[in-house]
Design a protein around this ligand. Structure first.
Ligand SMILES: Cc1cc2nc3c(=O)[nH]c(=O)nc-3n(C[C@H](O)[C@H](O)[C@H](O)COP(=O)(O)O)c2cc1C
Length: 461
């Protein structure tokens, strides 16, 4: 039953106590059991032979269950033999502050980064928002989501107006807002590099996006396109200099400042705001860049600075908040959720990826992009890559296929194929921590884990 495992966790569900006893009888390794909010349940599991407990509710660690806690601690030390764990049990994580962006009051300071094509659409973004964070729909390639709403050729949306389809984006946003049901916030991510940026910004505003996050270029005209709509504007930058230029331009031309800014470091997934050399240079790490961006923000106002790129767990969040970040944007970890909108084969590629196969590649956008080395890269090297036809005419820097010819693949086609789960022609983006993903979880459990508030107690309804 154990097949070389060092410990086992009994699955939740019917007959838990009986299954635990059998597991303890039949194996000679520590068996852990999950418990909900009831200390009595925990006591039963420990008396049934559980070596330790997987606590699903932080309330079990609070006062009022002292005897239970003492038994739990004793058992942890006996079985796992690590006194450090005892200290952890005594030291609940400090509360995370709420995140305020413009007039949005978000229970947890976590933004799920936009992931195109199709990795973050209504299901992921809606559920993240429903759990009290910011869910971000990717505005690119929406024609793949609803092929019936746009003109297609050979299964591909024709031209940018069908690739980034107005009715499809509106439908996706409507669904995401419905799933969110008034909790958290739902926004869109729009790459500055797409050919019809202005139109997609206007579509997003009309569809009710609560915020717009925009990078892969400097969104210098973004305020003009939203006019006086009540939508928070959040540029993505990779340096204090970029933030300065945005603030200066927006203030001079539109009398407006960003409502928050995302600083994306070089461990992030997809396109980088750095050269290949900079990506490997510690001077350009997220932690190294953050203080200068905070200092620049301080010159202009008090809008939140959001750190992104390589953030994995609560320890990373605490470290960045201690450096002065007001929140974090995380993307790769959300690929490992049931709710992530990509095909399950997309998720499997990331779940199976190891450290060596996650690398930086050239992209038609003209920036290095991080993803998994898959069949597409082998096919490019062997001269057997899918033909570049530029059906969707997606990004301006590619100049209608010229950039694609240089790197050997079309970015819209390859990302669309990855979303659909085609492992032979797909391009699979991930952040550098993608190799750590090894299972799918529910968004609610992931957000519980990273906020250390498993009941998501801050949500009011
Ligand atoms: C699959 C994937 C697709 C992405 N697509 C976009 C995108 O379309 N636009 C964008 O601004 N950022 C994109 N990103 C970057 C994320 O929004 C995010 O800022 C970054 O990946 C954070 O780092 P992490 O993945 O290590 O958490 C993408 C990232 C991934 C993993």
């Amino acid at each position: 039953m154990a097949q070389g495992a060092s410990a086992l966790l009994v699955a939740e569900g019917e007959g838990l106590a009986e299954r635990l006893r059998r597991m303890v009888r039949e194996t000679n390794i520590p068996c852990f059991a999950p418990v909900g909010a009831d200390p009595e349940e925990g006591r039963d599991m420990l008396s049934g032979g559980a070596a330790g407990l997987q606590l699903r509710a932080p309330s079990l660690l609070r006062e009022g269950v002292a005897d239970f806690l003492a038994a739990f601690r004793k058992r942890l030390n006996e079985t796992v033999g690590r006194p450090a764990l005892e200290e952890l049990v005594d030291r609940p994580a400090p509360e995370l502050p709420r995140l305020r962006i413009r007039n949005l009051d978000i229970p947890y300071p976590v933004i799920q980064g936009g992931m195109g094509i199709g990795v973050s659409w209504e299901r992921l973004a809606g559920n993240v928002a429903h759990c009290g964070c910011v869910g971000i729909v990717s505005a690119i390639g929406t024609g793949y989501r609803y092929p019936g709403m746009s003109s297609q050729a050979g299964g591909r949306p024709v031209h940018s107006e069908n690739l980034n389809s107005t009715p499809a984006l509106k439908q996706i946003l409507r669904s995401a807002l419905e799933i969110a049901d008034g909790r958290g916030a739902v926004g869109v991510n729009i790459l500055c590099a797409i050919n019809d940026y202005e139109r997609v910004v206007r579509d997003s505003v009309e569809a009710g996006a609560q915020l717009i996050i925009s990078g892969a270029g400097l969104p210098l005209s973004l305020p003009e396109y939203v006019g006086d709509a009540d939508v928070a504007l959040v540029p993505i930058v990779s340096s204090a200099r970029a933030l300065k230029l945005i603030c200066k331009t927006w203030q001079r031309k539109f009398g407006r400042l960003p409502d928050a800014v995302v600083l994306e470091g070089p461990e992030s997934g997809g396109h980088q705001g750095f050269s290949l050399e900079q990506c490997g240079d510690p001077a350009f790490s997220l932690d190294a860049l953050l203080p200068s961006v905070i200092e620049e923000r301080n010159q202009w106002g008090t809008f939140p600075v959001i750190a992104a790129g390589g953030i994995w767990d609560r320890a990373d969040i605490d470290r960045l908040m201690a450096l002065g970040a007001d929140g974090v944007q995380m993307a790769t970890r959300f690929i490992g959720t049931f709710e992530c909108d990509a095909n399950v084969r997309f998720k499997e590629v990331i779940l199976k990826a190891d450290k060596d196969t996650i690398t930086l590649h050239g992209s038609p956008v003209g920036m290095p992009a991080r993803g998994v080395k898959t069949a597409l890269h082998r096919r490019i090297a062997e001269g057997d890559a899918p033909r570049i036809r530029c059906i969707s005419n997606c990004v301006a820097p590619c100049e209608h296929g010229k950039g694609a010819a240089k790197v050997g693949y079309c970015i819209a086609d390859s990302l669309g194929d990855a979303w659909g789960g085609d492992t032979e022609s797909g391009l699979f983006f991930t952040g550098s921590s993608g190799w750590k993903l090894n299972e799918l979880v529910h968004v609610k459990d992931l957000i519980g884990e990273i906020t250390q508030d498993f009941g998501l107690t801050r949500l009011s309804h």
